[in-house]
Ligand binder design. Sequence first.
Ligand SMILES: Cc1cc2nc3c(=O)[nH]c(=O)nc-3n(C[C@H](O)[C@H](O)[C@H](O)COP(=O)(O)OP(=O)(O)OC[C@H]3O[C@@H](n4cnc5c(N)ncnc54)[C@H](O)[C@@H]3O)c2cc1C
Length: 381
Amino acid sequence: MESIKKLSEKKYDVVIVGGGIIGLASAYAAVKKGLSVALVERESQNKDASVRNFGFVTVSGQQRGTHWQRAMHTRDVWADIATKADIEVVHRGLHMLIQRPEAMDVAEAFLQTEMGTDCRLLTQTEIAKNAPYLKDGLGVLYSPHEIRVESKTAISKLANWLHQAHGVDFYNKTTVQSIELPMIYTSRGTLQAEHCVVCPGADFHSLYPETLAQAQAKLCTLNMMRVMPKKPFKLNAAVMSDLSLARYDGFAQLPEAKGLIALLDDVQSAERKAGIHLIVVQSSDGSLIIGDSHDYSDRELPFRDVRLDDLIINEFHQVMAIGEIDIVQHWLGVYPSADDVVFKATPEKGVVVGSVTGGTGASTGFAFGEELIDLVLESKQ
Ligand SMILES: Cc1cc2nc3c(=O)[nH]c(=O)nc-3n(C[C@H](O)[C@H](O)[C@H](O)COP(=O)(O)OP(=O)(O)OC[C@H]3O[C@@H](n4cnc5c(N)ncnc54)[C@H](O)[C@@H]3O)c2cc1C
């Protein structure tokens, strides 16, 4: 019988499966503890949610409590490593255009909570100076906490930095097929490790399917677009709208959001049924990423419904006063979605599986990666 090739002679403290943001964040958490780390990714580099997203590290709007704290911490880590890893922070902060009295009720209630610390309603002078490209509304809720990175380059820069500055070994184009610690069996040979952290993103079938089934996750498919404004302008902060106040847990779960939700279910029923709200972020070439819609299913949906794009563009023009735009790219993205915003479990001693099940991995991933590493180390004690 052919002997199984060894991919390395080393025995790692931790092998991470998956090169999305959660795998990379877990690798970073492990090296910070002085552990030796290898990361195995089945593609040449991530091509899934971690590069299809907005790169919008969102704090305001995250679910109140633990998840909001994960976002605050994750934002700090992004801000810290961005310079070290040569990752550009394209813009900071968030402007939420408030267009209805019911939305103002939500914004004012949010400002009374601990999540509203350092957030405020802008004055008309500030709006004219800092967000002249927004349509007229009742006000603008400003949050200083957010940052925006260009995910399509940030993820590979983060991987390069983890390799060069922290000695993480990367095995790309390599699929992990099974784990029987200390052995990790891959499509290209074996690795050895004390611990293994599986960060499979939306792939709940390949490794530990029974454990991951406990998350009771569906797959959420999102329509996304990159557009180029005909007249160049500089976006000073990410933009969201009333629909976001009715959708993001940190706002929508406030009792004061009931009126807005009921109103929007009536007057923007097509958008609400399609899970549409507006996020606008900018890249350094002046183009904007805009989205998104949310379609929940038991499987990944291969086909894009262009009518959802029309609804997103319509909402964009209700909020942004920047004239005509050209659509330059369309794509779909998928993430796992469950009632709980994260799922983590220990299927066996020394092994942890973890996935963000609320579509917020760019915003909460560094904190979640630390939790996964703590959990896997505890599992062996
Ligand atoms: C369109 C879209 C927009 C979003 N916007 C935002 C946003 O602006 N802000 C935000 O915070 N979040 C956003 N999210 C959510 C966020 O992108 C995800 O929560 C996050 O990227 C999940 O990261 P991950 O590492 O778990 O998954 P993934 O990015 O899916 O990575 C998983 C990786 O594991 C690899 N893998 C799986 N199984 C194996 C195996 N057996 N062997 C080897 N490799 C394996 C895969 O190839 C893949 O590279 C968005 C998501 C989408 C889809």
